[in-house]
Design a protein around this ligand. Structure first.
Ligand code: PLP
Length: 365
């Protein structure tokens, strides 16, 4: 039976939708033909640990029940990790949803949100779809946040600044001093969100002390995810650590039951000491693998931005689409950003080896 034609309709969509860029997810590896590795979405190469899978299985047994709307047990575990009161932890369906909550809590029609560009591609979509005005500030020639220009871009209408550290997709991170200097230039009523989705992959010796920054500034909020180092991207859970008044506002606007029961259970299981220890080992392995890839690329003659994430960025400009196709011929599916550059996730060692072969043959072509 064929489906009936839908009726003629004349609904009025928000004109703002016409201006929204589409979110481009990392392409999956094609099926059929020789094996290709998907290193296009900054995912963990490690599947969830057995304890995490078991927690999900148990949660599914009660799948006919709504989850704990307040995510109480998970918030307590996260709060203990950060040394703050659980009321200040605001989880939802991934950090991307929490970023949307922040915008809904802060931004009225026409208010401005400042962020670096290129950065996480969800920012312009989230800002535009909530009625805000996006103010993207170009990265420096070294693919870092241009904090000077970002401070200048803050106006009377700015409600939120997002700093992504390490920056997706380019890789450089911000130091404690850089963030503090920036905060000194931003009015205290403007919220500054530190998006630390990739924090666990940063060299621990030099990672910014964002906990201390949060403790010193009433306008700072941290954004974190369980999608990357904890490896449960498919289950969807992330959170903010906010000061009490902003946290209360985030609780007000967030999607009810945003964190599903399996997602809460999985995230909670990652705090079990034996699970945490193995996740820390996995993060250390990714850091080591990144260093191996960076050193090999440098030896080939590449000059890439210094990444502290689980990815490296090839700023190839006009050549980006051709490099993307070339890499795929060598067995690795990367993430292209138009004619800006190409990002490769640090994941399985076999995939990194193919990436290195592709990069070498690109230079030799
Ligand atoms: C900088 C940044 N923030 C947030 C996210 C989203 O995280 P989640 O999967 O928790 O929504 C990503 C995911 O790629 C990211 O790159």
């Amino acid at each position: 039976m064929t489906a009936p034609e839908p009726p003629v309709e004349s609904i009025r969509l928000r004109p703002a939708l016409d201006a929204l860029p589409a979110y481009v997810a990392g392409r999956p590896a094609p099926t059929g033909g020789p094996r290709r590795w998907k290193i296009s979405s900054n995912e963990s190469p490690f599947p969830p640990l057995p304890e995490v899978r078991e927690a999900v299985r148990e949660a599914v047994e009660n799948g006919h029940r709504y989850p704990d709307m307040g995510s109480a047990a998970l918030r307590e575990a996260i709060a203990a990790d950060h040394g703050v009161d659980p009321s200040r932890i605001c989880p939802s369906t991934g950090a991307v949803a929490v970023t949307g909550d922040l915008i809904r809590a802060l931004v009225s029609e026409g208010d401005e949100v400042v962020y670096a560009w290129r950065s996480f591609e969800a920012y312009p979509i989230l800002v535009g779809s909530h009625g805000g005005r996006a103010v993207p500030v170009p990265l420096t020639a070294g693919y870092e946040h241009d904090l000077e220009a970002m401070a200048v871009a803050v106006t009377e209408r700015t409600r939120l600044v997002i700093l992504c550290t390490p920056n997706n997709p380019t890789g450089p991170s911000l130091s404690t001093g850089q963030i503090e200097d920036f905060l000194a230039r931003v009015p205290e009523h403007v919220v500054v969100a530190l998006d630390e989705a990739y924090r666990e992959f940063h060299d621990p010796a030099t990672v910014a002390d964002t906990g201390a920054i949060l403790a010193r500034h009433g306008n700072v909020v941290l954004l974190r995810t369980f999608s990357k180092m904890q490896g449960i991207a498919g289950l969807r859970v992330g959170y903010a650590v906010a000061h009490p008044r902003l946290a209360a506002a985030l609780h007000q606007v967030t999607l009810p039951f945003g964190a599903s029961a399996p997602a809460q259970a999985a995230a909670l299981a990652t705090f079990r000491p034996e699970v945490r220890a193995r996740l820390d080992e996995q993060a250390a392995w990714v850091r080591g693998e990144r260093e191996r890839v960076q050193a090999a690329l440098a030896a080939q003659g590449w000059q890439l931005p210094p990444s502290q994430g689980n990815f490296v960025y090839f700023p190839l400009g006009e050549d980006s689409p051709a490099f993307l196709a070339h890499a795929e011929e060598h067995g690795v599916v990367l993430r292209g950003y138009g004619t800006d550059g190409v990002r490769a996730t640090i994941a399985e060692a076999e995939a990194s080896d193919l990436l290195l072969q592709a990069a070498a043959s690109w230079l030799a072509r």
